[in-house]
Design a protein around this ligand. Structure first.
Ligand code: NAG
Ligand code: NAG
Ligand code: NAG
Length: 289
């Protein structure tokens, strides 16, 4: 008996510790960046959760250039195979995933089409979930110009990442017909993929972070699954979109089960993985514990 009690306590502590263990974290960077740019996030995770937490920053193609020029579905597949072939991740029971901007679409693609190992908490920072229409910032004017005139031309779709989630609210049917990525990711197509919905519904939580001062994606509310109406005048809130009302991808289910979190930050779009440590601590860190 004297021996059994400490053994019992020890086992209990061990079990408790095992339950509390943090899942590995996988990061997916955004446009105009590479897997190294997001390094501050790796440092923050280690600073607050300890060096033992495994963090992988996934690269797609060569990183920087391929964040502009790639097929988004190839990026999703590459993300899946990089997770699946990682010696630590492939043994994980679950993972937490953070996607920045475009990286959030790739991360959501992972959940919808692979999810092996399954994602526990998915966190997207300033991700244009409903697509974007307009790329206002001066340094991207060249891209905006191409997309305004030619986003739905096949060669552009096959080449430019942003074209594949460019959604012209005044030409919705053209978008549905020609876009090779977002209508599938959002299950907007007539032939709905039920597995997508199941996989999103299996998340413990989905956290959507919007930047109040976002001048890169238009509209910034796309980060919260909102988008322009078909007259390009007002923004339709997430819960008045068809995607939500008919629950094409399980977002409504998450919302009704209090698993959908809306967060806002005053950090700039491009700064989130670099300089916004206090927002990271406030919004993202609790989800990684
Ligand atoms: C990745 O980005 C970092 C800084 O953001 C830069 O210093 C580095 O040269 C880039 N690497 C590649 C291979 O593009
Ligand atoms: C992963 O699991 C396999 C099979 O159980 C095992 O052989 C391998 O050593 C594990 N890898 C790591 C890094 O723990
Ligand atoms: C949509 O969500 C907002 C914020 O949660 C809420 O105030 C509003 O009542 C909802 N609208 C509908 C139509 O459910």
């Amino acid at each position: 008996m004297k021996i059994l009690i400490p053994v019992f306590i020890f086992s209990f502590l061990f079990l408790f510790h095992a339950i509390k263990a943090t899942y590995p974290v996988v990061l997916m960077h955004g446009l105009d960046q590479n897997a190294t740019t997001i390094k501050p996030v790796i440092n923050w995770i280690h600073k607050y959760l300890g060096d033992d937490v495994y963090v992988k920053s996934v690269e797609i193609g060569d990183g920087f250039w391929n964040s502009f020029f790639y097929k988004m579905f190839d990026a999703v597949n590459e993300f899946c195979s990089k997770v699946k072939s990682d010696p630590i991740l492939k043994n994980a029971t679950k993972i937490n995933v953070i996607g920045h901007s475009q990286g959030g679409l790739i991360a959501r693609g992972y959940v919808e089409f692979c999810n092996d190992p399954p994602v526990h908490n998915l966190i997207t920072w300033v991700t244009p979930h409903q697509g974007l229409f307009g790329f206002p910032k001066e340094e991207y004017k060249w891209l905006d110009k191409i997309l305004q005139s030619s986003a739905y031309i096949k060669e552009i779709q096959d080449t430019i990442t942003v074209a594949q989630y460019w959604k012209d609210p005044l030409n919705y049917n053209l978008y549905l017909e020609k876009s090779i990525f977002l209508p599938y990711l959002n299950n907007e197509i007539a032939d709905k993929n039920e597995q997508i919905k199941k996989n999103i519904m299996s998340l413990n939580s989905l956290t959507l972070v919007l930047s109040n001062v976002d001048d890169i994606i238009n509209p910034k509310e796309s980060a919260w699954f909102a988008f322009f109406d078909d007259k390009f005048q007002n923004i339709i809130p997430y819960n008045e979109t068809q995607l939500y009302l008919e629950d094409w991808i399980g977002i409504r289910y998450l919302d009704e089960n209090k698993k959908l979190n809306f967060q806002a930050t005053n950090c700039r779009h491009e700064d989130l993985p670099l300089y916004c440590e206090s927002d990271f601590v406030k919004i993202t860190l609790p989800l990684l514990k």
